[in-house]
Design a protein around this ligand. Structure first.
Ligand code: ATP
Ligand code: MG
Length: 396
């Protein structure tokens, strides 16, 4: 009997046509996550099996809890038989040292060649335990211990407890997206939600030195590092935005600063996406949160690109976003007080109903195509992973 970890895929199993891609990708992602652990990973259509574990169960489980596409994680005992008599003895040996009064047996039988049905198997095992272990009774409604018995093609799996995984889809199964990652609270949460749906992200950060500091950049890289736990790693594209912002500031009526700045960001993001073969942009916009996120503003800004823009937190209240930021551990970093490029050139009265026609007029005053071309030509790419050193000195 070997103690192994069994993984259930959950929602994946409903994806009939793509199931092999989903499971194969999940396996690759788990392999990457456990690259420092000497384990062996195998799978069939319904389950993944991690064998060769030693004393590293807790560590492996903690890592598996950062992998999307896993529905349940179970530490179980594998016996290479479907013979009911042998199974009964093994179950008994497992429960012998356990202290409990009430129990029930729950059987799953994916191998339909087994003649007895699940209920018959459960009650036979239950009866055997009652006969051989003193002081226990069956309670089907509220048992202290549930003994799970899964009979599959190549063996039987026995376990008592299961832990929930993160759910979602394995990262990469849905293709690539570009996350507009600022140092704020919203965009890391938006990124996490997109990764959850199987989107492999690359991040895009606009910096405006000397108006924005190296601390602001490190903060974004720290957020990228947290997100990289779920994304395998995270490539961060850094765009030097100073010249564009200064040109906007000098030439455009200040109430339109933010609207036009964001149109430039979108244009650049679309080009980065097409070069990276990404199919969507993802950002942390939330309806009504600030002047640039009224519906009219969103339309005037969105108009400059064709690529779909996904806004996972669009309909969340700020408090809901904060809750999630705390859960995924980005909140404490996000609230560090370094200026972002959006906050340094904020006008007193940003327009809340910008007119697209006026945006186009104003944009004629700056050679924005050339500026965008330069910014993209000189852009920097930094690859962050969960093992990246905290001060990012080795990367910058
Ligand atoms: P956040 O808390 O995510 O920064 P916010 O409330 O500050 O959001 P805005 O500053 O209006 O809102 O930005 C809206 C979205 O635009 C951000 O969530 C992010 O996706 C993107 N964005 C803003 N600033 C930057 C930046 N400097 N680099 C990359 N993306 C940015
Ligand atoms: Mg922001």
């Amino acid at each position: 009997m070997e103690k192994i970890i069994l993984i259930k895929y959950g929602e994946l199993t409903t994806k009939k046509e793509n199931i092999n891609l989903f499971i194969q990708t999940l396996k690759e992602n788990i392999k990457y996550k456990l690259k420092d652990e000497p384990v062996e990973i195998q799978y069939d259509k319904g389950r993944m099996f991690i064998r060769g574990l030693k004393d590293n169960y807790d560590k492996v489980i903690a890592k598996l809890k950062e992998v999307f596409g896993i529905h349940e994680i179970v530490v179980c005992y594998e016996i290479k038989t479907l013979d009911l008599e042998e199974i009964k003895k093994e179950v008994l040996s497992l429960v012998q040292e356990k202290e409990f009064k009430t129990f029930k047996v729950e059987t799953k039988r994916s191998n339909k060649a087994i003649l007895k049905n699940s209920l018959e198997i459960s009650s036979e095992i239950g009866a055997f335990l009652l006969k051989n272990k003193k002081g226990i009774v069956v309670d089907v409604h509220n048992p202290e211990v549930v003994i799970h018995v899964e009979m599959r093609n190549n063996g039987t799996y026995l376990y008592f407890e299961k832990e929930l995984g993160l759910g979602g889809y394995p990262v990469s199964t849905l293709g690539k997206g570009i996350l507009m990652l600022s140092g704020g609270i919203d965009s890391p949460v938006a990124g996490y939600m997109a990764i959850k749906r199987g989107v492999k992200l690359e991040a895009l950060y606009f910096e405006s030195p000397p108006h924005t500091s190296i601390e602001a950049k490190n903060k974004v890289l720290e957020l990228a590092k947290i997100l990289s736990k779920y994304n395998n790693d995270l490539k961060v594209h850094v765009i030097h935005f100073t010249e564009i912002q200064e040109a906007i500031y000098k030439n455009i009526p200040h109430e339109y600063l933010i609207t036009i700045m964001r149109r430039m960001m979108y244009r650049i993001a679309e080009i980065i996406a097409s070069r990276s073969n990404a199919k969507i942009l993802v950002n942390g916009e939330s309806i009504g949160q600030v002047a640039s996120q009224t519906l009219t503003s969103m339309k005037a800004i969105n108009e400059v690109v064709k690529i779909p823009v996904i806004r996972p937190v669009a309909c969340f209240d700020k408090l809901e976003i904060i809750d999630l930021a705390k859960k995924i551990n980005t909140y404490e970093t996000s609230i560090l007080p370094y200026e972002d490029c959006c906050t340094i050139f904020v006008p007193d009265h940003p327009v809340i109903n910008p007119k697209a026609r006026l945006c186009e007029e104003y944009e004629k005053r700056i050679p924005y195509k050339d500026l965008i071309y330069e910014a993209i030509k000189n852009h920097e790419v930094i690859k962050v992973s969960e093992n990246t050193k905290k001060d990012f000195d080795d990367l910058l």
